[in-house]
Design a binder for this molecule. Sequence first.
Ligand code: PA5
Ligand code: NI
Length: 183
Amino acid sequence: MSVRLDPLTGVLQGAAVKESRRTLAGLTGYFRDEAARAAMDQDRLAYRVQAYEPKPEGERGAVCCATTFLEPGTVGDEYFLTRGHFHVNEDCSELEVTVSGTGLLVLMTAARRTWTEPMRAGSVHHVPPGTAHRVANTGDAPLVFVSYWPSETGHDYGTIVERGFGARVRRIDGQPAIVPEPD
Ligand code: PA5
Ligand code: NI
């Protein structure tokens, strides 16, 4: 069983690689301006993920990796984003390695302290244990990054659906701005 990661494009290939797609329909409720999202083409692709998980989610004993291809675009004035999540197993951290494009990694503690790190080709980001993470594409090209996490991590999307992050990445006067978001 062989898996290949193309270091120039981030493309993951192999029989064990699974690809998933998230359209704007699949991001219902994630943007500040839900009416703007609902008025857009619901089949428009926001991001694709190619994942190689040697063990099933939640089972310990492996390291997983995935490439995310996040499209450029905005909903209202908010840049296209990934849903974001906490890890169920709070001890589990993650690494994000940017392949191409530009954006912001949004990080948030359980206490809602929120900060960002700029992503560009070659940047490596450590997501500390207990820290929710989301990515926003602030550029004009796809933002491509590879994530690495332990197989026992587990993913909690519900907390973000309910409470969101403590800040949003918006285009204001043509520039990315990190705008605090009330709880
Ligand atoms: O492991 C990760 O955190 C990433 O591979 C994400 O799952 C990926 O970027 C897609 O984001 P989300 O799972 O929040 O929709
Ligand atoms: Ni994660």
